[in-house]
Design a protein around this ligand. Structure first.
Ligand code: RB5
Length: 153
């Protein structure tokens, strides 16, 4: 896994404000992103954005996604239906870090409601900075997920 080429961002109405703040944060860090919406507070359906971002991430090498809804839960559930996606809903630095080291997570789902931005910044920053460990046992486990995706067994 090489350097991250691009980060695709998606949010529903409950994640919209946090997405805008994350864009500023990524911009300050010089990280390339593409915002796939939503672009307002008008009520929308999170699967539309989760699946939109997940398809882009699955198609492009070294791409990652950040999805935001009220809890992060719906985004993670929907994104994980797309082949090749390993989405994590992370609420602390440890789970964000381990999702990269052990699971090679390629989408981070965040909680947009009732959650401090200071914590979000720490979660995003460690998730972006942590590489996959490349250890054989973790590759083997991820390959079992891939195999199930391919042939259902
Ligand atoms: C929208 O009210 C809310 O259900 C959604 O943002 C998300 O939290 C779903 O998992």
């Amino acid at each position: 896994m090489g350097k991250i080429k691009k980060i695709y961002l998606g949010a529903d109405h409950a994640g919209f404000k946090l997405k805008e703040r994350i864009k500023k944060y990524l911009g300050l860090k010089g990280i390339v992103y593409e915002d796939l919406g939503t672009h307002s507070l008008e009520s929308v359906d999170y699967p539309d954005y989760a699946i939109g971002v997940a398809k882009k991430v699955a198609k492009k090498n070294n791409a990652r996604g950040i999805l935001i809804c009220g809890t992060g839960t719906g985004m993670a559930i929907a994104a994980n239906k797309v082949k090749g996606i390993r989405a994590v809903a992370a609420y602390d630095r440890y789970s964000a870090k381990m999702s990269r080291l052990h699971n090679n997570a390629n989408i981070l789902a965040l909680r947009g409601r009732f959650f401090p931005f200071e914590k979000i910044k720490k979660i995003v920053s460690v998730w972006l900075a942590t590489p996959f460990s490349q250890k054989a046992r973790h590759k083997r486990r991820i390959n079992k997920i891939k195999q199930f995706e391919e042939n259902g067994s």
